[in-house]
Design a protein around this ligand. Structure first.
Ligand code: SF4
Length: 704
């Protein structure tokens, strides 16, 4: 007997609904859910093959402990692993205080696990140091929308795509990274219903589909966005009535825009000025404009400013709060939005509250039944500082859930150093080995999302409930379960003793009541019976697909804010020693560090190995050839790859996908070289732009 279960794709932030067929033991296959609003029956190659990633030999099935000094962890009973973790956490907290312990969470966890882990850290252990891999992904979009619109969370929804007549993509290769959403955009383009502009240093699949590709140099998006607004102002295309009625701060921005002449901007961006003029033509004619952006704009020292500039554009054109238009940040991971909702970053608390705000801390103390002043008032370390603090010995322990920072963080040598020095590393993952698991003293086996009940919230603020399709293998358990049990072993019961994911969700949803991301009217039974729902979904009110339709923004006085954000040159500029700019990204068939997609033959056949994309002109200058093994060196470290010469990348720029790391080959990750400079507001690392040199791989030379 087989049965069908509704679930979700575990990969990108599109959040496609899947229907999984199971025989009661195994997941036999998945197909796209025709009724899910994110995909309406569409699916990409990663989602289509997800059933093949569940019952694989690389699943972590049993807990393990590695004694200090040993390199091989040993399988142990569940109780022993939990006791071991709890004993060492207690020892470290007693000796060094709770602030010596950190949690590093993931946008791939269900909201219930994210909420419970962050609550346990702050309310039980009382450490401020809770952060997540969203810091690498969307924190600039979140901080930028907070400053411009008064709240994180995009104003738009996927249904707006079918209403828009103009699309602008900034730093987003959606055709590969958010394929199903891009299919909807492409359908509009193909029917001549919409024009499309893509800003990217590479002529990606997204750029190929667009009417206009602007190959701006990495690190120049802000100059370009300011330049476009300058031209739109010059052409009289601004919505002055909207600016007057619903915004503040225009005068300062207006004055700053004077210097962003098309000639100056074209020079900064290394583009032809005619591209700017053509883009302004298209944007000036737009009646419904959606701007999509993601990591290309976010992973920058000016990531927050980039989001502000995108919001500036929409506010100045009055392109927000109406069907078919608005700034639309695409979320990288399937539940980064849920994590942001429940406060799983160092500076946030549930319900879009902030640690630095004493009122917000007091609200959560009251909600959680804690005494005043119980919650740490210190803003917790962001991801980069967290691993730095392990390296300096300030942090002694880290519990990593559902993430692989030894492959994904910038400047990997520093991250490995931190993990090596830590007294206690707990790694909770569904797969083994990973680049991070070799540092673990305790390994907890997690269930994958197809094996556990819980929710994800996607890029359009849509919350979907997943039902378990099959039982987890061996001793693997839902992520929240390991947190609760370790908490119990440490003597905590009150506040974390939930029996089910449903109970955790109920508390999380109540914590958002009256907040900008109010979803207090949501509960598992409703999601089970009525399907996915978008927030805001207040208990006493109506759900809305679009935000700000009344043009009341979440700022004092209700007005959105223009920010005058000047372009700054990237801190690293090419030199004789490091003449190229390295940028990184994804390919369509692989996901993050390939723990899942690397198990699927079909995906590996499509994308078999790492590569470094380079323009042939640069190869000629450097004396390199297509297919050659090369070393990619920066002031921080050296990665190795295979050269791929293509005209589709701008001269002076090289690109490496992020998916292949140390498990593939030593130093295969571009993050050996990437920069750990961060945006000063969002603390997001500048992963998209660092100086490198590319030379023949000397090891290959010696062997041959
Ligand atoms: Fe999964 Fe994203 Fe592909 Fe949808 S578009 S199937 S969510 S990877």
């Amino acid at each position: 007997m087989t049965r069908d279960v509704k679930t979700l794709c575990p990969y990108c932030g599109v959040g496609c609904g899947l229907i999984a067929t199971t025989d009661g033991k195994k997941i036999l296959r998945v197909r796209p859910d025709p009724l899910h609003p994110a995909n309406l029956g569409r699916i990409c190659q990663k989602g289509a093959t997800v059933a093949q990633t569940v019952n694989v030999s690389t699943r972590l099935r049993y807990p393990m402990i590695r004694e200090t000094g040993s390199t091989r962890p040993q399988v142990v009973p569940v109780g022993q692993a939990i006791d071991h973790a709890a004993t060492h956490l207690r020892r470290i907290i007693d000796a060094h205080g709770p602030q010596s312990v950190a949690f590093y969470l993931s946008g791939q966890l269900q909201t219930e696990a994210q909420y419970l882990a962050a609550k346990f850290a702050r309310a039980c252990l009382r450490t401020p140091h809770v952060d997540s891999n969203s810091r690498l992904c969307m924190s600039s979009a979140a901080s930028g929308m907070n400053l411009s619109l008064g709240s994180d969370g995009p104003p738009t929804c996927y249904a707006d795509i079918e209403l828009a007549d103009t699309f602008l993509f900034v730093g987003s290769n959606a055709a590969e990274c958010h394929p199903v959403t891009f299919e909807r955009v492409k359908a509009r383009i193909d029917k001549n219903r919409a024009e499309c502009i893509v800003v990217d240093p590479r002529r990606t699949l997204t750029a190929e589909a667009a009417h206009l590709h602007i190959p701006a140099k990495p690190g120049t998006d802000l100059a370009l966005l300011n330049g476009l607004l300058h031209l739109l102002r010059e052409r009289g295309r601004l919505d002055r009535a909207f600016v007057e009625a619903h915004t503040e701060g225009w005068a300062e921005l207006d004055a700053m825009l004077d210097q962003y002449s098309p000639q100056w901007v074209a020079t900064i961006c290394s583009i032809d000025e005619s591209l700017l003029q053509r883009a302004a033509d298209i944007l000036g004619q737009a009646s419904k404009l959606i701007t999509f952006w993601t990591m290309g704009a976010n992973q920058s020292i000016q990531g927050t400013f980039n989001t502000n500039a995108i919001c500036n554009l929409h506010l100045a054109l009055g392109q927000i709060g109406r069907p078919g238009c608005g700034p639309f940040s695409l979320t990288g991971q399937p539940n980064a939005m849920g994590g942001r909702d429940c406060g799983y970053m160092g500076h946030t608390l549930p319900g879009y509250r902030f640690v630095a705000d004493a009122d917000h801390r007091q609200q959560m103390e009251s909600f959680w039944g804690l005494s005043p002043g119980h919650l740490p008032s210190q803003v917790g370390y962001d991801a980069v500082r967290m691993f730095d603090a392990l390296s300096t010995g300030e942090l002694k322990a880290i519990w990593i859930i559902g993430s692989n920072p030894a492959a994904t963080m910038p400047r990997l040598s520093r991250v490995r150093d931190g993990l090596e020095r830590a007294e206690l590393v707990i790694v909770q993952d569904a797969y083994y080995p990973t680049e991070t698991s070799r540092f673990a003293h305790v390994l907890f086996p997690g269930a994958v999302n197809l094996e556990s009940e819980g929710t994800y919230c996607n890029s359009e603020r849509c919350v979907t409930l997943m039902q378990p399709v099959a039982a987890p293998p061996g001793d693997a358990k839902p992520d929240w379960w390991w947190v609760r049990e370790t908490g119990r072993a440490l003597g905590f019961e009150k506040g974390i003793g939930f029996q089910t994911a449903e109970e955790i969700f109920d508390e999380f949803a109540r914590s958002t009541a009256g907040r900008p991301n109010d979803q207090s009217g949501l509960y598992h039974k409703l999601l089970r019976e009525k399907g996915p729902q978008q927030w805001p979904f207040p208990l006493m009110g109506k759900s809305t697909a679009r935000r700000y339709q009344d043009f009341q923004f979440h700022r004092a006085g209700g007005r959105a804010k223009f920010w005058a954000r000047p372009h700054l040159d990237n801190p690293e500029q090419p030199t004789a020693q490091f003449p190229l700019l390295l940028t990184t990204g994804r390919v369509i068939g692989q996901w993050h560090t390939r723990t899942k997609t690397g198990t699927v033959t079909q995906l590996n056949n499509n994308h078999p190995s790492p590569f470094l994309q380079m323009h042939p002109e640069d190869a000629t200058t450097l004396g390199l050839e297509d297919g050659q093994r090369v070393a990619i060196s920066s002031p921080r470290g050296r990665a190795f790859s295979q050269l791929k010469l293509e005209q589709s990348i701008s001269p002076g720029v090289v690109f490496s996908p992020i998916h292949w790391n140390d498990l593939w080959a030593r130093s295969a990750s571009p993050n050996e070289a990437t920069s750990d400079d961060v945006d000063p507001i969002s603390k997001q690392p500048n992963l998209k732009c660092c100086i490198v040199n590319v030379t023949p791989d000397e090891c290959v030379k010696k062997l041959s």
